[in-house]
Write a protein that binds this ligand. Structure first.
Ligand SMILES: Cc1cc2nc3c(=O)[nH]c(=O)nc-3n(C[C@H](O)[C@H](O)[C@H](O)COP(=O)(O)OP(=O)(O)OC[C@H]3O[C@@H](n4cnc5c(N)ncnc54)[C@H](O)[C@@H]3O)c2cc1C
Length: 508
């Protein structure tokens, strides 16, 4: 398409981890970038830090309901704002392990190999860590790949967490500092934007001190005169060019935008939904869907929150999400169960008000006591791709999500193992709360990439096999999810894809 007849060289749909990072990556390329975001800026207000507003009333989540495989409505844990879901994320930014790029055998099946290995993504991980203020300590986690030092030192453990760390080490385990994307300046409290508050994990940051995609992607991108962001622009359809081989732009509720190249970054569920909603005669099953794979292979972590109580000792930690453990990441350690179990990391401190917001029926003194005596954790097991776990649309355009996670047994074993370790570590009471289908925070996989156009939607550069100028850079591209948090991989991949887009459009 001629450059002068378009609204932009590149239209990016969505401003989260993938879209926000890509916008910054392309900002100095000389290409004209237009970001279309369905939400607005997340308001800075006291509610950002109010557990009742965030977890009780779900003030910042979408009010829409999706339907599960049995047609039951549920409210997805997702929000539509500039910065996408990174506005709420716990800022845990782990690289995938080298083994995550290779097939891995699980109790319920195997993961597919990625088209490339850890080494290809490593330089992009490094740049994403720099952009997103990553704190961490290289060389502590035995499962990590080769890497240089983190841009920032790890956040120090508070007393209670340091104690847990030394007990775990005494048991022969290998806890390590959880890598975190926070604009925190150690030893410089006068100037540090991050104050290590208890309202981080799951909360928007009132101080704008979280390394999220608004602060670290969109904001720096908008410093370039070539980048524009339009909020309140929900893309409804991707427009196919008359040649049937390229797209010519997108349509929102109020306008059409033409571009030389379109990038989807609307999140794994919404990008798939958008492609399905963009069906036309040449693509009756959905745009870019000759493979029939669009919307399939939805994955989400098997997650449980865990509260470990020491009745006779208060936990005074304010910011406790500083420790992680991968001792059961590659395998369980039990010769009779030769499968991986998953990853364990600290959870943002469960405070009395937060617990009350989530468990309003508990008597206030009970939740207050439990929250002040607990150390809290987040356990993650890898899900597996299954074509029947998928996003579909009904006639009215509503999203249906069929999801029956794999590796449940491994997740239960991870919880049991962690409970017995915590018992030994002096926590006699340990409780778990498993997440259900509404916990869509770690959604991935609905437009997976690969070499074979029959089994994947995108090629290894994340360009649609079926269309020469349509890319996807959100979490959809992942053919396997791993057991670590997805954002850093989405950001690193967006940086990688930015290079392909620049080359394709002949950026200056
Ligand atoms: C409570 C919570 C905690 C989390 N903690 C962590 C963590 O600690 N570490 C980690 O790695 N990950 C974490 N995550 C997950 C992480 O936020 C996501 O993996 C990541 O944001 C996904 O990036 P994305 O680019 O795929 O989509 P998103 O970041 O969700 O961005 C998608 C964007 O597209 C916009 N959009 C959607 N549809 C349209 C449309 N039709 N038109 C225009 N715009 C559209 C959305 O509004 C949004 O801005 C957490 C998520 C949540 C909710």
């Amino acid at each position: 398409m001629a450059a002068e007849s378009v609204d932009a060289d590149v239209v990016i749909v969505g401003s989260g981890a993938g879209g926000g990072t890509l916008a910054r990556a392309l900002a100095r390329s000389g290409l004209r970038i237009l970001i279309l975001e369905r939400g607005g800026y997340l308001p800075r207000e006291w509610g950002n830090w109010d557990p009742q507003a965030v977890f009780g009333a779900h003030r910042y989540h979408t009010g829409e309901q999706w339907l599960d495989g049995e047609g039951r409505p549920f409210s997805p844990v997702t929000g539509y704002h500039v910065g996408g879901n990174t506005k709420f994320y716990g800022a845990a930014v782990l690289r995938r392990r080298p083994s995550d790029f290779r097939p891995r055998h699980h109790v319920d099946g195997s993961t597919p190999a990625w088209p490339f290995g850890y080494d290809e993504l490593a330089p992009y991980y490094a740049r994403a860590e720099e952009w997103y203020f990553a704190h961490g300590e290289a060389g502590r986690d035995p499962t990590e790949g080769p890497r240089e030092a983190y841009p920032y030192p790890p956040l120090a453990h508070e007393e209670e967490i340091a104690l847990v760390e030394s007990v775990l080490q005494g048991m022969g385990l290998h806890p390590f500092p959880l890598p975190l994307a926070l604009h925190f300046l150690e030893g410089d409290p006068e100037h540090s934007p991050c104050v290590r508050c208890p309202t981080c994990d799951g909360f928007p940051c009132l101080l704008h001190a979280k390394g999220d995609a608004e602060i670290c992607g969109i904001q720096p991108a908008l410093e370039s005169p070539d980048v524009r962001l339009l909020t309140g622009q929900r893309v409804r359809k991707i427009l196919l060019h008359a040649d049937g081989q390229t797209v010519e732009g997108v349509e929102t509720d109020s306008a059409r935008y033409r571009a030389r190249l379109v990038v989807l970054a609307a999140g794994a569920v919404n990008s798939a939904a958008l492609l399905l909603a963009s069906a036309s005669e040449p693509f009756p099953e959905g745009l870019a869907n000759r493979s029939g794979q669009v919307g399939r292979n939805y994955m989400c972590h098997l997650n449980s929150a865990c509260m470990a109580l020491k009745p006779h000792q208060e936990n005074r930690a304010i910011f406790q999400k500083t420790l992680a453990l991968n001792d059961f990441y590659e395998e369980s350690g039990d010769p009779e169960y030769p499968y991986p179990l998953g990853h364990i990391q600290g959870l943002g401190k469960v405070t009395p008000s937060l617990l009350h917001a989530q468990r309003p029926r508990w008597p206030v003194p009970v939740s207050a006591w439990a929250a002040s005596h607990s150390v809290d954790w987040w356990l993650t097991t890898e899900d597996l791709p299954d074509p029947d776990n998928r996003v579909t649309l009904d006639r009215s355009g509503r999203i249906h999500l069929n999801w029956h996670p794999k590796n449940r047994e491994s997740h239960e074993r991870l919880c049991r193992r962690w409970r017995s370790i915590l018992h030994q570590a002096g926590f006699p009471a340990v409780f778990f709360q498993a997440m259900d289908i509404s916990a869509t925070a770690h959604q991935v996989g609905t437009c997976r990439f690969g070499e074979d156009p029959r089994t994947s939607v995108l090629d290894p550069s994340c360009r649609a096999h079926d269309l020469g100028n349509l890319y996807v850079v959100d979490a959809s591209f992942m053919p396997s999810i791993s057991a670590v948090n997805p954002s850093l991989t989405i950001m690193a991949n967006a940086l990688r894809v930015g290079g392909y887009i620049e080359r394709q459009l002949g950026a200056s």
